[in-house]
Design a protein around this ligand. Sequence first.
Ligand SMILES: C[S@@+](CC[C@H](N)C(=O)[O-])C[C@H]1O[C@@H](n2cnc3c(N)ncnc32)[C@H](O)[C@@H]1O
Length: 211
Amino acid sequence: MNKEYSFNIKRKRPEDLFKNVSDYFNAETLTNYAESKSIMRTQKKIAIRALELLELQKNHCLILDAGCGPGFAAFYLNQLGHKTVALDFILDFLKFYDITDLNPILADMSYTPFQPKIFDAIISISALQWIFKEVGNKIMRSNLISLFRSFYNILKPNSRAVIQFYPKSNVVMENIGKIIRETTQFSGTFIIDNPNNPKKRKIFLLLEKKI
Ligand SMILES: C[S@@+](CC[C@H](N)C(=O)[O-])C[C@H]1O[C@@H](n2cnc3c(N)ncnc32)[C@H](O)[C@@H]1O
């Protein structure tokens, strides 16, 4: 990671204003999100980029979409022929799924309920900023460590996780990198698309499980 790169978002974002993601996604916000065509397009574009970074080695993979929301990425992966497991802990998002296509799981992505070495890949789109918001918060740190350990555990050897998210600052982002280095066996890097355009900037955490 280039040490020169720095940013600090000043405006208050939903994850700064609401303690829990479920407080933000009340009935109205949740329906607006789930039914928005423009959000669907944006999230699908991010999923396409995440897929590129995964560099999947075969056509029909078993992929976890962690923090799937109403399933914009999960449905797209399914359409491509992958077997997708969509997971989120907000019950009302899961009611948007047509379960004949995709049957989502209600669970916390920091504590995933799966067998070890089962997934070919993991993606997570626009969710991690809700789990780790500030450096120095012990509960958030502990949930984050559990998330990465759990992802490591359920991934097959030689496979990847791609996590797109919106950290508040480079300090938060680098702290996440440090926690991964200190507490997991993942190797990884941050990939930043459009680094000089704050509106278009997209940050991806690419993690590799080697063995
Ligand atoms: C902004 S939405 C993104 C949803 C979806 N990935 C998309 O691209 O549209 C963030 C999602 O992350 C989920 N989320 C946040 N923390 C979570 C956790 N600990 N476990 C499971 N889901 C979580 C929220 O419930 C919400 O559905």
